[in-house]
Design a binder for this molecule. Structure first.
Ligand SMILES: Cc1cc2nc3c(=O)[nH]c(=O)nc-3n(C[C@H](O)[C@H](O)[C@H](O)COP(=O)(O)OP(=O)(O)OC[C@H]3O[C@@H](n4cnc5c(N)ncnc54)[C@H](O)[C@@H]3O)c2cc1C
Length: 291
């Protein structure tokens, strides 16, 4: 089948990968390169910071983790880390070796350095014969394909005329990595503070700003993130600040993954797109097989 995938973030590229692997003739059409997507800004921990229990989320997280565990891709490490807060998160069965430690849970999962991984993934889909064209799409109709996969992140909402999509801004600060062995997420509120080491740098965060439209880092927010992260992880005291970044999470109260005629919608992954990517891509491919 000839398939056009709109979007070259983590969701579009993993969907394209699975579809090409299943023998489809795949073209990705994206407004901009993967390096300019929200996916490139993500912290990269494979766990779903989602409050409402959803059976699909556990399944997709476990499926993605299984892929990251065996893929041997650059920018992916299996690490232990902690999420602070009570009670134990409902999604805990999806990750490896969970144990309650004091005021949080420790577990092992994949930690993905998004720009490194996206570059690798883009090359892999190319090897599978996927064509990638950079242009903006204004309608899902009229694309030269048997089936269209709508995986355009925030843009997918506009293409599907879906008012349930909301941008949730997130600012992060990258600092040099003093050799931290574990990630830590403090979800006890208010807000969320996280420290995610990638070897060369650490992603410090964060913010959750519903309705945010711009991606210009705010210097006062950078200072606040650094203060919170150094409190959470004192070994960051001397770390050098490298850059501040802002991404707009494609938030929806529940991920939309369904087939409507010749369109498969796959969007609304909010703050968990890296986590859910391979699991949802498998379901996208399944929907094409099911006809
Ligand atoms: C600060 C921050 C930290 C995060 N940390 C994590 C984390 O630790 N773990 C995790 O799992 N997730 C995390 N996320 C969430 C994750 O980044 C998103 O869920 C994920 O990037 C969504 O991927 P996507 O492919 O749907 O969208 P995007 O990455 O936004 O990609 C959308 C693609 O669609 C294209 N597009 C849009 N409109 C059009 C159009 N009209 N025509 C053609 N192309 C179009 C864009 O150019 C782009 O290629 C974080 C996000 C932020 C902002």
């Amino acid at each position: 089948m000839r398939v056009t995938v709109t979007g070259a973030g983590i969701i579009g590229l993993t969907s394209a990968y699975r579809l090409a692997e299943a023998g489809h003739d795949v073209t990705v059409v994206a407004a901009a390169s993967p390096m300019e997507s929200t996916s490139a800004v993500a912290g990269g921990v494979v766990y779903p910071p989602i409050r409402v229990p959803d059976e699909r989320i556990v399944r997709w997280t476990a499926a993605s983790l299984a892929v990251f565990r065996t893929q041997d891709a650059p920018g992916v490490r299996l690490r232990r880390g902690r999420v602070l807060g009570d009670p134990d998160p409902w999604w805990l069965p999806a990750v490896d070796d969970p144990v309650r430690v004091g005021d949080g849970v420790g577990f092992t999962t994949a930690v993905v350095d998004p720009p490194v991984y996206l570059e690798w993934l883009l090359a892999r889909v190319g090897e599978l014969g996927v064509r990638v064209a950079y242009r903006s799409v204004t309608s899902l109709r009229g694309l030269d394909a048997d089936v269209v996969v709508n995986a355009a992140g925030l843009g997918a909402g506009a293409l599907a005329d879906d008012p349930a999509m909301v941008p949730v801004g997130g600012q992060v600060v990258h600092v040099t990595d003093p050799g931290l062995p574990e990630f830590v997420v403090d979800a006890r509120g208010p807000g969320v503070t996280y420290v995610i080491p990638h070897g060369g740098h650490v992603v410090c965060g964060g913010t959750e700003e519903p309705g945010r439209a711009d991606t210009d880092p705010n210097p006062a927010v950078t200072a606040d993130i650094l203060r919170r992260c150094r409190e959470l992880e004192p070994r960051l005291a001397g770390a050098e600040v490298l850059r501040s970044l802002v991404g707009l999470r494609p938030f929806r109260r529940a991920v939309r993954l369904e087939r409507v005629g010749d369109v498969v919608h796959c969007y609304g992954h909010g703050g968990a797109g890296i986590t859910l990517a391979w699991g949802s891509a498998a379901d996208v491919a399944g929907l094409l097989t099911a006809g």
